[in-house]
Design a protein around this ligand. Structure first.
Ligand code: C2O
Ligand code: CU
Length: 490
């Protein structure tokens, strides 16, 4: 063969290889584009967690619609009306933020009910153009009351309304927020605290402290300074700390020993006293802390900022930030107590949820995107369970940032972290701060049929694809998401 001929063959082969490569990339790009309208049921790789494939599961048709899985009827014990509208809100410094509000305020009205109450909330949308919804974060409501636009209902457009009804069976600190374009609307103010008190409330001061950043300004209860409160010495205080932001907050507490009474709305068993520890509060997570007010001042603040709430008998000035010598870790805090299942239980399904970043396309955009079990959304798994299953999930974070993972409709028991078994109080969570490099094993009972979101509560991450669903066999959704249809939960 002449040298020229060899050269020509090599060049042709090179062009063919390049065309083939471009075809592969082009197909990956084409396939990644998310349609204008689609059902979340049509996506996701069905993952049965090693359990049996439910009969007729693939069909999905003829199943029960999430829309009929509503809360109970009857006369409500507690009834609220929340009107979503844009409004200017004033921070403590007088600075005005153009916000999205419930009833003209942000945080929206603090809703307090008693355990066992039948709760009814009428949501009306006055003027939020892309629509709104309300998700009851941490409250394990029937799925039609879960408030996810495009999965459990349609977004409520201006002039429309939706009525939520559920029985408040848990006790504790929760919050509510829109789940339509949540990454923008929550940040702009569409959220509020939701507290379920025990039938016999404890005496003392009981206060919600919601951390939120408006237009880049950190606040506690809309106060840039954090606020001051007069509390008589000797008073029992319960502070319900809620992180409504997208990033973790490290809270500090000083002035007196304290206890972490509850995590994500569930009381802890035998919580010991703490001092000089910082509390890593997950985005979307809650810590209740308790202490007895001393004669001097007590301070709760964000690590490294001047935003701090001070409580004292005489409105005394703030003392300086405490030296946080250690970080609070629930894994070995408190003492064990019986749980309905544990690490030795016989699980019906075991799932793996591994978070990585992968090179590829997300809705036609090239880049290094969030991926679950190797796939970029919507090529993520859909965990399929049957009603009654005992389910184990291993959540592994192989990225270099924290992901606060939030499963709707269920509370999971933490069994271990990086192979170390949980050895203290039963630790039930709905928003688990999975740090870079960490791997948690959690378990839950699948006892709330529906189609449930399972996503990162850094809502920007969720909008960028860090989201998937837990689906019960035999349940389907008639709702659609997508740019044409207007439903956009993230
Ligand atoms: Cu607080 Cu799916 O969210
Ligand atoms: Cu994340």
């Amino acid at each position: 063969m002449s040298r020229a001929l060899i050269g020509r063959i090599a060049a042709t082969a090179g062009v063919v290889a390049l065309v083939a490569l471009l075809a592969v990339i082009g197909k990956a790009w084409w396939d990644s584009r998310i349609p204008g309208t689609y059902s979340v049921m049509a996506y996701g790789k069905h993952d049965y967690g090693g359990g049996p494939i439910p009969p007729n599961h693939e069909a999905h048709r003829g199943g029960t619609s999430v829309a009929v899985l509503r809360g109970p009827g009857g006369t409500p014990d507690a009834r609220f009306v929340l009107v979503a509208r844009s409004a200017d809100i004033r921070l403590s410094s007088g600075r005005v933020v153009h916000a999205l509000t419930f009833n003209g305020t942000s945080p929206g009205p603090e809703l307090r009910v008693r355990q066992g109450d039948l709760v009814e909330v009428v949501l009306r949308n006055e003027d939020v153009g892309v629509g709104v919804s309300i998700h009851w974060h941490g409250v394990d409501v029937p799925v039609a009351e879960d408030g996810v636009a495009g999965v459990t209902q349609d977004a409520v457009l201006p002039g429309e309304s939706y009525t939520y009804r559920f029985r408040a069976e848990q006790v504790g600190t929760f919050w509510y927020h829109t789940h339509q374009v949540a990454s923008e609307e929550v940040e702009r103010g569409l959220f509020g605290a939701f507290v379920i008190e025990p039938r016999e409330p404890e005496p003392g001061v009981d206060l919600v402290v919601a951390a939120h950043t408006y237009d880049g300004i950190a606040t506690l209860n809309r106060d840039e300074g954090g606020g001051r409160l007069k509390v008589a010495a000797g008073t029992r205080v319960r502070l319900r700390l809620i992180n409504t932001d997208n990033s973790e907050h490290r809270l500090t507490f000083s002035g007196t020993p304290f206890r972490v009474l509850a995590i994500d709305g569930t009381d802890l068993h035998d919580p010991g006293t703490l001092e000089n520890v910082s509390l890593p509060l997950a985005a979307g997570g809650r810590f209740d802390i308790g202490f007895v007010q001393p004669a001097t001042s007590v301070r709760v603040g964000f690590l490294g900022t001047s935003v701090a709430l001070a409580l004292s008998p005489h409105g005394a000035p703030l003392s300086g930030e405490p030296p946080a010598t250690a970080e609070f870790d629930p894994l070995a805090y408190g003492t064990p107590a019986p749980t309905p299942f544990d690490a030795r239980s016989d699980f019906d399904r075991r799932f793996q949820l591994t978070i990585t970043r992968e090179l590829g396309f997300f809705d036609g955009e090239p880049g290094r995107h969030w991926a679950i079990n190797g796939g970029i959304y919507p090529d993520v798994p859909m965990f399929v369970v049957e009603d009654g299953d005992l389910v184990q999930v291993t959540i592994t974070n192989e990225t270099n940032v924290v992901h606060p993972m939030h499963l709707h409709g269920h509370h999971a028991l933490v069994l271990s972290r990086n192979g170390t078994p949980a050895s203290g109080t039963p630790w039930w969570t709905d928003t688990l701060n999975v740090d870079a490099g960490d791997s948690y094993v959690v378990a839950f009972r699948a006892d709330n049929p529906g189609i449930w979101m399972d996503h990162c509560h850094n809502l920007g991450h969720a909008a960028a694809g860090l989201t998937m669903h837990l689906a019960y066999a035999g349940i389907t959704t008639p709702f659609l998401v997508g740019s044409e249809n207007g439903n956009a939960p993230e």
